[in-house]
Write a protein that binds this ligand. Structure first.
Ligand SMILES: Nc1nc2c(ncn2[C@@H]2O[C@H](COP(=O)(O)OP(=O)(O)OP(=O)(O)O)[C@@H](O)[C@H]2O)c(=O)[nH]1
Ligand SMILES: [Mg+2]
Length: 237
């Protein structure tokens, strides 16, 4: 759907509203009921929520940033950054919109449906088409936790080694899409992409695989195509 008509042209830099949220452990009830309530809230607002999962430094923030910059005239995108201990990542994306929330999951170090529920109270959902949630930097934990998202996208990188899909099968099996990032480093690293893809297919035959480099832009169109397809299906379904 082309939303240009109802979404006025917005310059690439929009005044940022950084709403930092410090969520206390007593607020955290990561249970199915909260996840279901989150799901219902964005369903009612016709927002498509994507949980972006990946290990440290795989390129989650770069992907989110590239996505908002590319789609800013077509889709209204909100961002929730789970960034324990620092504001580094939210500082990098704050200029990309006025619906950017920084979440510090505190001592729990895990992002829960309760955290997202608290973030949703700060967002204006009817003003969004897509909500991108950068999960905490870990391949253990996030796959198990339902935030109520419509899709899980998991990111691996060439730099981290081709064995990571096999070592962290839970993150592969939960994913609707598996992204292999930092393809520009292929010439510098011993990384067998066919072996990586074959492991992913064995663990999760239904997941699509997209190979990208957020640095060079390689493969990003495949990611945007997937996103567009998935969001259109999800929002009409
Ligand atoms: N060579 C190369 N570097 C990349 C690419 N994508 C991201 N990086 C770099 O990798 C580092 C980590 O990228 P981020 O986007 O911060 O990764 P992240 O997953 O959000 O990191 P954490 O939130 O700290 O776990 C940064 O120095 C990026 O510039 C890529 O496609 N190629
Ligand atoms: Mg990040």
């Amino acid at each position: 759907m082309n939303r240009t008509a109802s979404f006025p042209t917005v310059p690439a830099t929009v005044l940022a509203v950084d709403r930092t949220m410090d969520v206390s452990p007593h607020l955290l009830k990561a249970d199915d009921a909260i996840a279901a309530a989150n799901r219902e809230r964005w369903r009612a607002a016709n927002v498509f929520a994507i949980n972006v999962i990946g290990g440290p430094g795989c390129g989650k923030t770069e992907l989110i940033s590239a996505t908002v910059q590319r789609l800013i005239l077509k889709r209204r995108i909100g961002i929730v950054m789970a960034d324990p201990s620092t504001h580094f990542d939210s500082n990098r994306v704050n200029h990309l919109g006025d619906q950017v929330i920084h979440l510090d999951p505190g001592h729990s170090q895990m992002l829960s449906a309760g955290h997202i529920q608290t973030a949703l109270n700060q967002l204006i959902l009817p003003g969004l088409d897509i909500l991108l949630i950068e999960n905490i930097s870990s391949l253990i934990g996030p796959p198990e936790i339902d935030l109520g998202e419509n899709a899980k996208v998991c990111i691996f990188s060439v730099a981290a080694g081709e064995d990571k899909a096999a070592k962290f099968p839970d993150v592969v099996s939960c994913a609707n899409l598996v992204i292999l990032n930092k393809m520009d480093l292929l010439s510098l690293m011993p990384f067998n992409t066919e072996a990586f893809e074959s492991v992913v297919r064995r663990i999760n035959p239904s997941a699509e695989i997209v190979k990208i480099s957020t640095r060079t832009g390689q493969g990003l169109d495949d990611w945007f195509d997937w996103l567009s397809r998935y969001v259109s299906t999800g929002r009409s379904g």
